[in-house]
Design a protein around this ligand. Structure first.
Ligand code: FAD
Length: 240
């Protein structure tokens, strides 16, 4: 795959506004991820805020970096509807909620998941991740059931089962409580966890076999769209 791309003629720059990438991980794992990316040829620019993007490239303040392919991965913005609620929001636009996940002053209105700013035990807001949303959903369902039955609802506590990130082939970082994994072991752990959480034995076996095949054949299964006509189809043909 990708035989028409000469990696020596490409330049990949990862721009991060914070002092380090993957800031939710331990600093040692962030540093390892940076090193692994740099070994892959990626330039990691930290403390750099993207201020504008146009068709020719990216602005970092007054500095301009010419680029034809720009991937924006700075997270998702909360729903603009939050602004209409007239309730306290955090600077990112998430609704600040109390420990029962209700809006302050409104014990009967709850906000959970990505739209909620819920403080974890360390005082920092919980991240916008699927485990947070699912745990909050389950907890809230139990609380509503309890309230309907005239019982007292219980405050929500997030159980952090750890998190992991892959950086490339044989490269990953993982943090589970005090356990910190990196390199091949972390990559294997990432792989096994993802296969384990697939639904159904058949799916697990199928995905595992596909991954083994990709690993040994270097065949990713992805394909490049080399026909660029889609960029210019603005006429009636594209509207049909
Ligand atoms: C590209 C991407 C990759 C991600 N990868 C991971 C990952 O690897 N691991 C991980 O843990 N998390 C990941 N996340 C985050 C994870 O998807 C979210 O944290 C999680 O889905 C939040 O659940 P939620 O129920 O709060 O919101 P959502 O899952 O976003 O559900 C909200 C739903 O509400 C609907 N909706 C929105 N506005 C309205 C409206 N006005 N009226 C009615 N319906 C509306 C939306 O269409 C959507 O279906 C990823 C997110 C993205 C975008």
């Amino acid at each position: 795959d990708f035989k028409n791309i000469d990696p020596s003629r490409t330049r990949v720059i990862l721009i991060e506004v914070g002092p380090r990438i993957l800031a939710s991980f331990d600093p040692t794992l962030s540093a390892r991820a940076t090193r692994d990316l740099e070994k892959l040829g990626v330039h990691v620019w930290t403390n750099s805020r993207v201020t504008n993007i146009n068709a020719d490239g990216v602005f970092i303040g007054n500095e301009f970096v010419a680029a034809s392919t720009i991937v924006w991965a700075a997270g998702v913005a909360p729903s603009s509807m939050n602004k209409n609620l007239g309730v306290p929001l955090d600077p990112g636009g998430r609704v600040i909620v109390e420990e029962l996940m209700n809006i302050p002053g409104y014990p009967e209105i709850f906000v959970i998941g990505d739209q909620a700013h819920f403080k974890g035990v360390d005082g920092k807001p919980l991240p916008g991740l699927a485990p947070v949303a699912t745990q909050q959903g389950r907890h809230l369902a139990k609380n509503i059931k309890a309230m309907v039955a005239g019982k007292t609802p219980k405050p929500f506590r997030y159980i952090d089962k750890g998190f992991m990130a892959t950086i490339g082939r044989n490269k990953a970082i993982a943090e589970v409580g005090k356990l910190k994994l990196k390199g091949f072991i972390a990559w294997m752990a990432w792989l096994l966890v993802h296969v384990y959480f697939l639904i159904g034995f058949k799916n697990r076996v199928a995905v595992l076999l596909q991954w083994i095949w990709s690993y040994f054949t270097h065949n990713k299964g992805a394909r490049l769209i080399t026909n660029r006509d889609w960029r210019t189809h603005t006429g009636p043909e594209s509207e049909t």
